[in-house]
Design a protein around this ligand. Sequence first.
Ligand code: URA
Length: 238
Amino acid sequence: MRADALLVRYGYCTRREAFAWLRAGNVRNKDGSLITSPALQVEAREILVNGKEIPFPNGIYVALHKPAGYVCSHVAETGSKRIFELLPEKWERRNPCPECVGRLDKNTTGLLLLSDDGAFVHRLTSPRWHVTKVYSFKTEAPVPEEAAALFMSGELLLKGERTPCLPAQLELTDATHGHLTVKEGRYHQVRRMLAAVGAPVVQLHREAIGSLRLDTLKLAPGEWRSIDPTVFEHGEEW
Ligand code: URA
């Protein structure tokens, strides 16, 4: 990659500013030699910018414990907080910058993945990949007993949808608490499924995506850590 394109890719400056950045001596090879030519071909792992290695030169793959009240968007209405405010500031200036791997609603908490690898994001959000997502919930009214069979039947048609939901596994802890495991990521899917059986959700938390569990990651609300993206290479069965 050209040296100026690299500075833009990793969020240090704009293409226009890159020339000045390089002339100012901010960029060096790890052997100490200066890189001043914008057109020079460079390798992110071999470069120091302001004396420091470029963070995540191979791309960003992170798990975040999303707290309630944050939106999964780069833009937010006034007064709303964005999950990107919980991550290093420079990440949003990278090009490409990290995106959410499937959104959580503003008031849903739990495991959220982010990545700047478009193919990874696409693969994990594609309904064809069938990665399981486990949610714990609390509802306002009791969940009827027949809901488990309906959700597992693959015949539940949500309002405004043309195709029924894929089979989903419901396990109740008591009348208003339980876990729902789904293999898709339709808009407000869990809330809509439970509302469809007369049990509107009042609390929703994502515990796991595939084999990645929030409790084993040991992340407090608002904390993040990088993950190994290959853990999702195999779809799982239930
Ligand atoms: N389903 C929902 O309804 N909301 C979420 O945030 C995630 C899944």
